[in-house]
Design a protein around this ligand. Structure first.
Ligand code: NI
Length: 167
C-alpha cells in the first residue's frame, strides 16, 4: 500500500470529470486500498479518486466515529434523493477551509463493490452529505463551488497565501 499525493484546490485537475470503471480488477482494488490508506492517514472521512489525480469513478468513505466502517464505492450514482440539510463541510483538497453547504437529507446510491457486485446504500445525515460531496468530486466539482463567488475568491486568496508560506 502507499500514500497518494492529494491535489489542492484550485488545481485545474480537480475539474476533470471521472470516467466509469469498466471492470473491477486488481488495479482498481489496489487504487481503492491506497485511497483508503491516504484518507485515514490525512485524516479525512472521504476521498474521491479525482483528488489523487486518477480520473475513474471510485470513492472511499468512513464517516464512523470508530474509523472502522470503510465504504468503497465504484461507479456510484445517486438514484434517489430528497429533503434538505445544511452541514459544515471541509475537504482534504481545500485544507483549513470549512463552510456550510446545503444538500439532500436522504440519498440512495447505486454502486459496484470491490468484487464488482451491484449494491445500493441508503443514507441520511453525515453519510448522505459525504456521499454527495465525494460524488461531486467525480463530476469535477469541489464543495467550495457551492458557495458564493465572493467566498470562493476569499478562499482562493487564503489558499494562495498558505501556499506561499509553505513554499
Ligand atoms: Ni472533498
Amino acid at each position: 500500500m502507499s500514500l497518494l499525493p492529494i491535489l489542492r484546490f484550485p488545481d485545474a485537475r480537480l475539474r476533470t470529470v471521472a470516467t466509469p470503471v469498466r471492470e473491477v480488477d486488481e488495479s482498481i482494488r489496489r487504487l481503492a486500498r491506497d485511497m483508503a490508506e491516504t484518507m485515514y492517514e490525512a485524516p479525512g472521512i472521504g476521498l474521491a479518486a479525482t483528488q489523487v489525480d486518477v480520473h475513474k469513478r471510485v470513492i472511499v468513505i468512513d464517516a464512523s466515529e470508530t474509523r472502522d466502517q470503510l465504504l468503497t464505492l465504484i461507479n456510484p450514482e445517486i438514484i434517489e434523493q430528497d429533503g434538505r440539510q445544511t452541514c459544515e463541510e471541509g475537504c482534504l483538497s481545500v485544507p483549513g477551509i470549512y463552510d456550510k453547504v446545503e444538500r439532500a437529507e436522504h440519498v440512495i446510491v447505486r454502486y459496484l463493490d470491490l468484487d464488482g457486485g451491484e449494491q445500493t446504500i441508503e443514507a441520511v445525515g453525515l453519510l448522505a452529505v459525504c456521499l454527495q460531496h465525494e460524488i461531486d468530486h467525480l463530476q469535477g466539482r469541489v464543495f467550495v463551488e457551492h458557495l458564493s463567488q465572493l467566498k470562493q475568491l476569499r478562499i482562493r486568496n487564503k489558499l494562495a497565501k498558505q501556499a506561499r508560506i509553505t513554499a
